[in-house]
Design a protein. Structure first.
Length: 333
């Protein structure tokens, strides 16, 4: 059985980078086609893509029917719907693949038909030392990966920051998915101009089985440059409200496990608490407590953590939790 991949790349303001991105994907034997999707930026990117199509036989060009900008999510969706291969992967126009990109993916996906996708580690390349310092100051990792292998059945706990041992995430550049899987889990959320990829990976983690591939060394490289929106935290924050609300709806549609919904609710609570939306955070706290009232009996558990967030980890939180835990211990004797 062959292993052939359709690589999908949205193209927007990437005239400086797109040629290197295409070259890296074209050189990999498993890549059958590279779908460059015009997202209608103001620079010369599409003109360069037309030349790349002449230079690299694997390149196919796609455009939105109305010739307008729709964002990375809608552009990736257009690529998925036009892909010819059984397997689909993604590559941002300013990043590039390494020669080992599909080694683990090929082995796992051909060996186990129950696996819907494989994810791997991503490395960074910085255009300047100041960008590297900014990246690290924001708490971002040099290697984007999971801290250890985890079963597909537990992956959603990792991605929702609720796994007791394993931490981390994976990148859009490093996942390969069976094309048929999208009909079950859905496509990229088109109203999210940022974070639409993490929205989809969390849906995939509850709807199917994603396996870890090469988590120790990078299979692709992310270019960190001045125009990279990954460093602009304020841009991401403006989309998080719709991100959480729509993901709750998707979890219900997909029949996500209860602990996945609880973990998502905790994340939403933390987001509201950080933004000082105290009333909304309190309402979420009450909603969560109503679903899991026994959590109050667990010292240092979810109830304690959420109450500390709500009260900004101050003296009032210390006093209330100290009283609560003493009472719980007394009643349990």
């Amino acid at each position: 059985m062959g292993f052939r991949v359709s690589v999908i790349t949205p193209v927007f303001n990437a005239e400086r980078y797109i040629a290197e991105s295409v070259r890296s994907a074209s050189a990999i034997p498993e890549v059958e086609e590279i779908l460059l999707v015009n997202d209608c930026g103001p620079d010369r990117s599409w003109e360069i893509c037309q030349q790349l199509k002449k230079d690299f036989p694997k390149v196919r060009l796609l455009e939105h029917s109305d010739g307008r900008n729709h964002g990375a999510g809608a552009s990736r969706n257009l690529g998925i719907l036009n892909a010819r291969c059984e397997y689909v992967s993604f590559l941002d126009a300013d990043d590039w693949y390494l020669s080992t990109r599909f080694e683990a993916d090929r082995e796992i996906l051909l060996r186990d038909p129950r696996v819907d996708g494989v994810y791997n580690a991503l490395g960074n390349w910085y255009e300047s030392e100041s960008l590297r310092e900014l990246w690290l100051a924001q708490g971002r990792p040099e290697l984007m990966t999971l801290s250890a292998q985890v079963s597909p059945e537990e992956l959603y706990l990792v991605l929702l920051h609720s796994h007791p041992l394993v931490k981390g995430e994976f990148s859009t550049d490093t996942i390969t998915v069976r094309r048929s899987f999208f009909s079950r889990c859905g496509y990229f959320h088109t109203k999210l101009r940022l974070q639409q990829d993490t929205h989809l990976w969390k849906r995939m983690s509850v709807a199917g089985r994603l396996a870890g591939g090469n988590l120790l060394t990078p299979v692709a490289i992310r270019r960190v440059h001045p125009d990279n929106r990954m460093t602009r935290l304020a841009d991401h924050a403006q989309y998080m409200e719709i991100w959480y609300v729509s993901l709750f709806e998707e979890f219900r549609r997909l029949g996500a496990p209860e602990d996945a919904s609880v973990a998502l609710l905790r994340g939403f609570f933390g987001f509201r608490a950080e933004r000082k939306d105290r009333l909304k955070a309190f309402c979420l706290f009450c909603k969560w407590f109503a679903r899991d009232p026994e959590s109050v009996l667990k010292p240092y558990g979810h109830f304690d953590q959420m109450l500390r967030q709500l009260l900004e980890n101050g003296r009032m939180a210390d006093r209330l939790l100290s009283m609560k835990n003493r009472l719980v211990r007394a009643l349990s004797r």
